[in-house]
Ligand binder design. Sequence first.
Ligand SMILES: [Zn+2]
Length: 82
Amino acid sequence: MKCPKCGSTDVSVQFITETQLKEQHHGIFWWLLIGWWWIPIKWIFFTIPALIVKIFAPKRYKMKTIHRKMAVCQNCGKSWQV
Ligand SMILES: [Zn+2]
């Protein structure tokens, strides 16, 4: 591997693991099948609030792991994604 900045071949490659907490959004099929009636019903029965929402529509979170390969030039210090 060659450094794009200085042309040196003294480049070390590191693996970086990132974790992101991603909120899952409802898809188009959810809106077609459930969303259009569920939202008004949710508002009508607003007096029975968070409990039902928590049981039937819990906020789903998805852990997303990103594996990145980073190269660092030992000569000039430039780092870039491989
Ligand atoms: Zn370099």
